[in-house]
Design a protein around this ligand. Structure first.
Ligand SMILES: Nc1ncnc2c1ncn2[C@@H]1O[C@H](COP(=O)(O)OP(=O)(O)OP(=O)(O)O)[C@@H](O)[C@H]1O
Ligand SMILES: [Mg+2]
Length: 274
């Protein structure tokens, strides 16, 4: 159901489900005296959807911003397809195959929907000036959004005129359309109503069923996570404290495990202060 990738877009790699596409070892990050990540170890396998769960302020968005080249890590290493990777910028992470939908930076408000949808993958006309092909982008944007049932007033509307949920839907649609091998989605459903949540969930499921794209998704809604994900990792105290296959657990069990992890952490803090 997705629009055909444009010639200028990267071609996703051949499918080899189960192989590690992204490995994170001992990644640390502090902001001044605040030590947010104390040694994150995580593996993302080809074609899987990995849910990242944790309390507010646990460091999920910080971790995503490290993987997307927005923040440099203080320590640790990141491997893509087994090779050590460093990201000097968001663009550098993109060219190495990582596309991100940020929790707090979705679209450029002054640009129309169709240009936001093609951000970083603009189509240009043939010729020495390489002028933007706005007509083609407008047409393809309209087709694509119709295909995936995203409702916006017009593809010429500025992003600033859209609702929060519509903006998020465009940001997710853009990332899904980019055909990178790794997709990071930081709370993609947080501003969405039931209809838009459903279509984004279906879009992500559709994408993951191809096995070509590996996805990390952050969400506080366990029902969404249990529907979308193959595996869940819990981040707590700056580390991954639980790594579990969704089919081996339940919402109730995960809630219990998280509560007992927080209790342990609280006891440690109390004992350290005693
Ligand atoms: N640029 C920054 N400078 C200073 N502190 C930061 C910065 N970014 C994040 N923090 C702090 O790091 C901690 C982790 O924040 P982060 O946004 O990663 O949490 P989160 O797990 O994504 O939370 P939420 O579920 O609320 O989105 C918080 O205490 C936050 O205040
Ligand atoms: Mg966050």
């Amino acid at each position: 159901m997705s629009a055909a990738p444009q010639p200028s877009e990267p071609t996703p790699p051949a499918v080899n489900r189960g192989e590690a596409v992204l490995e994170v070892r001992g990644v640390t990050k502090s902001f001044g005296a605040l030590q947010v990540l104390r040694g994150i170890d995580l593996t993302l396998r080809q074609g899987e959807v990995l849910g990242l769960v944790g309390d507010n302020g646990a460091g999920k968005s910080t971790f995503v911003k490290i993987l997307s080249g927005f923040h440099p890590p203080d320590g640790g290493e990141i491997l893509i397809g087994g090779a050590r990777a460093t990201f000097s910028s968001v663009e550098s992470a993109r060219t190495q195959g990582i596309e991100t939908v940020y929790q707090d930076l979705a679209l450029i408000p002054q640009l129309p929907v169709f240009q936001n949808l093609f951000l970083g993958h603009e189509l240009t006309r043939l010729g020495p000036l390489r002028l933007l092909d706005k007509r083609e982008m407008r047409k393809l944007a309209r087709q694509y959004l119709d295909d995936i049932n995203v409702n916006v007033p017009s593809v010429d509307a500025e992003a600033a005129q859209l609702s929060g949920g519509q903006r998020q839907a465009i940001a997710v649609a853009r990332a899904v359309r980019s055909a990178r091998k790794i997709l990071l989605l930081d709370e993609p459903l947080s501003a969405m109503g039931a209809r838009e949540s459903r279509l984004i969930i279906d879009l992500v499921k559709d994408l993951s069923s191809s096995g070509r794209v590996s996805i990390i998704v952050i969400d506080h809604n366990y029902a969404h996570l249990f529907e979308l994900c193959d595996r869940l990792n819990v981040i707590n105290g700056g580390r991954i404290t639980l790594d579990v296959q969704v089919h081996e657990t339940s919402i109730e069990e995960l809630t219990e495990l998280m509560v007992s992890a927080y209790r342990r952490q609280l006891e440690e803090v109390q004992n350290a202060g005693a």
